[in-house]
Design a protein around this ligand. Sequence first.
Ligand SMILES: C[S@@+](CC[C@H](N)C(=O)[O-])C[C@H]1O[C@@H](n2cnc3c(N)ncnc32)[C@H](O)[C@@H]1O
Length: 313
Amino acid sequence: MASGRSEHWSDFWASGALTSLPQDFSGNYDGELAAFWQREFEALPPSARLLDVCTGNGALAVLAAEYSARQARSFHITGLDAARLQPRRMAESHPEAAAFLEPIRFIDQTPLESASFPAGQFDFIMSQYGIEYCDWPRAAERVARWLSSGGCFSLVAHAADSAMIERMGREEAEYDWLEQQGLMPALAQWLAAEIDATVFRQSMAALQPVLEREAKKRRSPLLANALNMAVATARMDEAAMQRREQDFRGFHQQLRLGRARLRDFLRVNRAIAADRQWYRPFLEAGLRLRDSGDILYRGRHHAGRFYRFQKDD
Ligand SMILES: C[S@@+](CC[C@H](N)C(=O)[O-])C[C@H]1O[C@@H](n2cnc3c(N)ncnc32)[C@H](O)[C@@H]1O
């Protein structure tokens, strides 16, 4: 079962997303990120066994499968994640990735910390915006155990000072603002039948002018959505509100899980920013750091920091 901690990710992958950052990447990870991974794949033996940890709907696993197919390799690729995954749904919205799903074995609803593979099972373990979400010491101990002797572990972690994180910080402030203005509490209370439709409608009508001003000022899609909901609600009679109850529930769920996902991103980024040597547990687990560095996307945007480890013979 996907735990409560994974609900926001399960919900997100059910939307058919390919990467965890669809606002920043319309398809799969490309540019300097894809180039980094391509160099890693080039160094692997033809039938290498790969594990993509925290794989999501398989963006990185798909990059590996694509490389394997194009270069006539026969990589064996496993993708692992704590959330419920929907790679088939992803393939419907990203047909260009569909052909590469076949060789990937997805193991979902399985936190890395409780997954079990035989020791030495993988030649290459990889992670894109992933392993930093786990318990670092427990994840490190497992990665070191699952790697074959001489095997490598490479990861690209979020960069705490990236434009993506800046945008997420602004979005977090917008959620907080919606909460303070009473929109999220009023919606939750009406859905739980703690207030009646009239009170809810009145509170949405009262919120409209301030929402309109703030959505314009912050040029925020989130606040614009909330404004649309408030305007529509204020115009409805009670019967129409009852008929549209599922839409209200959907919007409430979208707000709740979107906020939880954002908090998860920011929690991880803040933890990394607070400890520049956050990856120390991987060294303590016996891996050797071969190199690390920044990835500048399109030559400009700090898209992440890579770390390349090896398990020595
Ligand atoms: C930011 S997303 C990245 C997903 C994918 N690598 C990508 O780049 O699209 C982080 C993923 O880590 C997963 N995750 C978080 N904690 C985990 C854990 N302890 N074990 C396995 N997966 C975990 C989440 O479910 C989510 O799918």
